[in-house]
Ligand binder design. Structure first.
Ligand SMILES: [Zn+2]
Length: 59
């Protein structure tokens, strides 16, 4: 089962099965998106926007 992680810095999205992951561009900890991978990949770019914004807003 893959989870969705979003970089709060460059908005890179990765799908991983780990608890935590780092952005390979920025070397910052990526934020876990509260949506399963299987659902996320069905969204268009507009529908993905709230998840990216949420990742950027978390402390
Ligand atoms: Zn990044």
């Amino acid at each position: 089962m893959l989870d969705v992680y979003i970089c709060p810095n460059c908005e890179l999205v990765r799908y991983v099965s780990k608890d935590k992951t780092h952005c390979f561009r920025c070397d910052v900890e990526m934020k876990h998106a509260d949506i399963p991978y299987a659902d996320y990949i069905k969204l268009n770019s507009e529908e993905r926007r709230p998840y990216i914004l949420q990742a950027k807003q978390e402390p």
